[in-house]
Design a protein around this ligand. Structure first.
Ligand code: SF4
Ligand code: FES
Length: 247
């Protein structure tokens, strides 16, 4: 396939940046999107030009580091991560735009790489269960109803990629936070810190510059792990309960 890429190039956080066009003449439909970018970078290095900076790690849809806005959509045209997107989703002659996540809370570091450490700080603020030292308890010491365990596990599949923020017109991180609050709040082990957790996470979210949720739903549509919107309802319910309890 012959593909024209329009790629966001930005030297650093202070640079204004802009789109640059690149033509690739020999793209296989079996390449992943990131392998196609690897080919572009080999071309650029061969010509003595600066390669395009982009993030990736697992390339298996697990780590959440590879997000790109492709043709205006977070992670591109399929419900999957950028690393699991393949060039067979495009056609010969296509013009494909590639941009970084756009959100104040995710500043661009270089080209397509953004700083997503705001998510880490939300988790550090409260997205955990404290563990006391001592011997590990028996696995069956704390029974968990199957339905709760399944729902908790489904929420735990959030990989922290940030597509929900990139897709949201308000750049809200509520789907991400809702997934974490649901994951921990459905388990017995998550109960002692449940009130404090949600308040601390929401405060950190707002402090980082993410916007509020206005029920648009673009986040859930862009999520590669199909986290549903109801996790945001659960988050808001937990927040109201925590406030009633005096937090
Ligand atoms: S909720 Fe979905 S889109 Fe948002 S960070 Fe988690 S996996 Fe990514
Ligand atoms: S590189 Fe890990 S999810 Fe894409």
């Amino acid at each position: 396939m012959r593909i024209t890429l329009q790629v966001w190039r930005q030297d650093g956080p202070q640079d204004g940046g802009g789109m640059r066009d690149y033509v690739l003449d020999d793209v296989s439909e079996d390449m992943s999107f990131l392998e196609m970018l690897d080919v572009l970078n080999e071309d650029l290095i061969g010509r003595g030009e600066e390669p395009v900076a982009f993030d990736s790690d697992c390339r298996e849809g697990i780590c959440g580091s590879c997000g790109l806005v492709i043709n205006g959509r977070a992670h591109g045209p399929e419900v999957t991560t950028t690393c699991q997107l393949h060039m067979r989703s495009f056609h010969d002659g296509d013009v494909i735009s590639v941009e970084p996540w756009r959100a104040d809370a995710f500043p661009v570091i270089k080209d397509l790489v953004v700083d997503r450490s705001a998510f880490d700080r939300i988790i550090q603020a409260g997205g955990y269960v404290s563990v006391n030292t001592g011997a590990a308890p028996d696995a069956h010491a704390t029974p968990v109803p199957k339905d709760d365990a399944d729902k908790s596990f489904a929420s735990a599949t959030c990989i922290g990629c940030g597509a929900c923020v990139a897709a949201c017109p308000n750049a809200s991180g509520m789907l991400f936070m809702g997934a974490k609050v649901t994951h921990l709040g459905l388990l017995p082990q998550g109960q002692p810190e449940r009130d404090a957790r949600v308040v601390k996470m929401v405060n950190q979210h707002d402090h980082e510059g993410f916007g509020g949720c206005t029920n648009i739903g673009e986040c859930a549509a862009a999520c590669p792990k199909e986290i549903p919107l109801d996790v945001i309802s659960r988050l808001n319910k937990d927040l109201r309960t925590a406030m009633r309890h005096g937090h």
